[in-house]
Unconditional design. Structure first.
Lengths: 208, 303
């Protein structure tokens, strides 16, 4: 496990923000454990205990609520909503992502710990959907953060979401869900894309 | 010298037992709550998977030394509480170090973990953490009042502070239990128990929908793993303490499991049917009925 710490506010004036609470050290790729058996065991644990960051970005989040009720009950699969990005491992971008929300999406995504998974819910995250030519929403989510699974539809029903979770689990078990490392590897490309749409960039480049 | 090694080995064994018991208990409770909601719920081994999952997280962020030590203090508090209590009365290997400390030490350990956690969480800098700490410490302090009064009444009744002697005095049928011989103290103790078990209506310091999860908002990966492990130790240690004090202790493991399970169910069932208290309501409630009951319990043994 890699432990990251802040730089104790050394260059507070230069950076313009308090680095005691924000660290602008760039993300690093962290390889999974080398032992294949332990790696598989860890992947199994990751797949069977997915904690969702309950942050509804768009109208699609209305389809996530029934998942927790008696009718669909995703706790059967060991999934649970977590209120904080630090503890979550699955980020569901639910529907359209406006430029204003993208800022929060990026910050929340960066606060999640490696390994982290992203699911795009609804057509809006794939190609913009019905907001394709909107002045204020993004069209392709995976230009801004790495996405593991998409669930197409407008809106996809909770059953479709559960099918999406199953697909995601297959990816995790196969060791293919390495979004966090991909983000660290292509960090400059992702950052350039993000800055292209977010004009009033007033946060650290990478805030943990 | 050999004696202490054997004792250490027994203590490790009993820690292993109680850790697994606490984890399974948490799993069973998740299942029961789900059934009350009309859901299927996660499998009973889900707490183990969750623990493994947080341990398998590859990166962690530290906000400073106290942030790092908070979960360590928490776990030390849970294990410390457990290690100074006799788990099964009369058993050789489930005695722990019960003769080295008494009731006062145990009460101290209940508070110790919370204080360490409060210092650690405060360093994370997240605005929700101090809110959770403030609520949690207020709640724990106020629920400690009826508990301390109940303990004083029990100690006065038996003329000792040793948990083993209190359990020994309760042997020989349920009519000897403090529940029967000292019902007022038991009532005060059980009301304090509701406040200590972190279930509704007294889960205001975690308050998942309001202040995300309170103190542990910033905690993740192995830090969170420590706290999950502590939850297994701490919950079962508190159950054993209450069983020893009021319900005659246990003379074998099946009795231990049965009594602590039923005791936990009291707080779980109160929890699933009650909404959450606000802080001021909770404090007011504790200062009224449980504290007055505790004072009456002490007065009975004064005169």
């Amino acid at each position: 496990m890699t432990i990251i710490t802040g730089d104790d506010n050394k260059n507070k004036e230069d950076k313009g923000f308090d680095t005691e609470l924000f660290c602008d050290a760039l993300p690093k790729e962290i390889a999974p454990v080398s032992n294949k058996t332990i790696q598989k065991f860890y992947n199994w644990a990751q797949a069977n205990s997915l904690w969702i960051l309950a942050f509804g970005t768009g109208c699609g989040s209305i389809e996530m609520r029934p998942l927790y009720t008696a009718r669909y009950d995703i706790s059967r699969f060991g999934m649970a909503p977590r209120p904080t990005p630090r503890q979550s491992s699955l980020f569901i971008i639910s529907g359209y992502a406006s430029v204003k929300t993208m800022k929060r999406i990026i910050r929340s995504y960066e606060q999640m710990q490696n390994p982290k998974f992203v699911m795009g819910l609804g057509s809006c995250t794939i190609n913009g959907g019905m907001y394709w030519d909107s002045y204020n929403t993004i069209n392709r989510l995976d230009h801004y953060i790495p996405v593991d699974t998409y669930v197409a539809g407008c809106m996809p029903r909770p059953e479709a979401l559960i099918a999406g979770f199953e697909e995601l689990k297959k990816r995790i078990l196969a060791g293919k869900a390495e979004g966090a490392n991909e983000y660290a590897k292509n960090f400059q490309w992702y950052k350039a894309n993000q800055k292209k749409i977010i004009k009033d960039w007033d946060m650290p480049d990478y805030n943990w | 010298m050999e004696n202490i090694w054997i004792k250490l080995f027994y203590a490790l064994m009993s820690m292993l037992l109680i850790f697994n018991y606490g984890m399974l208990l948490a799993g069973v409770v998740l299942k029961i709550v789900a059934r009350v909601h009309g859901r299927f719920g996660p499998p009973v081994w889900q707490p183990y998977v969750n623990l493994l999952k947080v341990l398998s997280v590859r990166s962690a962020i530290s906000h400073g030394i106290m942030f790092y030590l908070g979960p360590v203090f928490r776990l030390a508090g849970g294990i410390g509480l457990f290690l100074f209590m006799p788990v099964v009365f009369g058993s050789v290997w489930l005695q722990n170090f019960s003769f080295s400390g008494d009731l006062l030490l145990v009460i101290y350990f209940i508070f110790f973990g919370q204080l360490g956690m409060a210092l650690g969480a405060a360093e994370s800098g997240h605005p929700y953490s101090p809110m959770g700490i403030m609520r949690g410490l207020a709640q724990v302090s106020v629920s400690e009042v009826p508990f301390a009064l109940a303990v004083i009444a029990i100690a006065a009744q038996h003329g000792t502070m040793s948990i083993t002697e209190i359990v020994a005095a309760q042997q020989g049928g349920f009519l000897h239990w403090n529940m029967v011989t000292n019902p007022v103290a038991t009532l005060a103790g059980m009301m304090a128990f509701l406040g200590m078990m972190m279930n509704s209506p007294f889960d205001l310091h975690l308050a998942p929908q309001e202040i995300p999860v309170g103190p542990p908002t910033e905690y993740h990966s192995t830090f969170l793993g420590f706290m999950q492990a502590n939850r297994a130790f701490f919950a079962s240690a508190k159950l054993i303490l209450f069983m020893n004090l009021f319900f005659g202790g246990a003379t074998n493991i099946p009795i231990l499991v049965l009594k602590t399970f039923l005791l936990y169910m009291v707080s779980v069932f109160v929890g699933v049917v009650n909404p959450r208290f606000k802080l001021e309501d909770s404090l007011r409630w504790f200062i009224k009925i449980p504290t007055v009951t505790g004072i009456i319990a002490v007065l009975i043994y004064t005169f």
